[in-house]
Design a protein. Structure first.
Length: 304
């Protein structure tokens, strides 16, 4: 059993109006998605799409720290806090991540797990106490005792940067390869061969949503669409579950600068997709659905 978890920040299910929603553009293949009711439905290329609740019974707009903690632990973080929390996890949410992070639980069960986003050199100069105060994915990786990947390892095809193509690094003068989204998809497939569970975070969608620029937002969706298509085409779906979801809506409604209360897509392809569709109704259900897949599998080796 192998799972690739694509966490896409700020991707919701919006209206079918192309004037405000770049996710309905005809150029998109896999990610041409919009609000079509609350029922589970077929997704392109043999997938299943579940419209998932990201509000979790709490008033206000869903936010990153609480939404991501929920995704990565299965704990209803907004309900625990009594509010949605933006930015990075606070002490309460860090405690949840330290005990219930999906990376930790999969690793402790004997499976090989990795958060494969590359970090710039500055990160490795930070005190550990400072690292614990960063993003939910960073805290989850620390809690699991897993290594972080440096930009040097991009040249070995061992990780991905947050923009897929490495353009942001190249503009800063880093000597790293320039990838197309399609090449990045194949790189992630190759990385996944060394692990049982791979987590990758893409947050350019959330940035584009806040920017409210249709051209930039559409470019990000096209880039992401090509990446996921390339990854999917290279996978063996007989033994791999590819899961894509988000923490809250944003890019799907450029008429507002804020996050939205829209449902978010949980899209599953490959082995176990039907079981995921049966289990997931909110973002709180995502980690438990993944862990259930591993509960019925035997570890293949130690983490490296």
């Amino acid at each position: 059993m192998k799972v690739i978890f694509l966490f896409i920040d700020g991707l919701g299910l919006g209206s079918s109006d192309p004037a405000v929603n770049p996710c309905v553009d005809a150029s998109l293949v896999l990610l041409r998605i919009f609000n079509d009711g609350e029922s589970v439905r077929e997704a392109p290329n043999g997938g299943v799409l579940i419209p998932a609740d990201a509000c979790l019974g709490v008033e206000g707009l869903p936010q990153s720290a609480s939404g991501q903690t929920t995704l990565l632990t299965g704990v209803n973080a907004p309900m625990l806090l009594g509010r949605h929390l933006p930015g990075y996890p606070n002490e309460i949410l860090r405690t949840v991540l330290k005990s219930d992070s999906i990376l930790k639980r999969i690793s402790e069960a004997g499976f090989r797990a990795a958060f494969v986003n590359a970090y710039r050199p500055l990160f490795f100069k930070l005190k550990e106490s400072t690292r614990w105060r960063l993003s939910a994915t960073t805290v989850a990786t620390l809690a699991a005792g897993l290594p972080f990947f440096s930009t040097d390892r991009l040249r070995k095809d061992e990780c991905l940067y947050h923009d897929l193509t490495n353009e942001a690094l190249i503009e800063r003068g880093f000597d790293v390869p320039r990838w197309t989204p399609e090449q990045a998809g194949k790189v992630l497939k190759g990385i996944s061969d060394s692990y049982d569970f791979v987590l990758y975070e893409y947050f350019m969608t959330d940035r584009a949503g806040h920017g409210q620029d249709m051209q930039i937002a559409l470019q990000e969706m096209q880039k992401l669409d090509a990446f996921v298509m390339s990854l999917l085409e290279s996978l063996n779906r007989e033994d791999t579950l590819l899961l894509l979801t988000s923490d809250h809506g944003n890019i799907e409604d450029l008429s507002v600068k804020t996050h939205t209360r829209n449902r978010v897509p949980v899209i599953a392809w490959g082995k176990g997709r039907r079981q995921v569709a049966e289990k997931v109704r909110s973002i709180q259900d995502v980690s438990p659905a993944i862990l259930e897949r591993f509960a019925n599998s035997a570890p293949t080796g130690e983490n490296s």
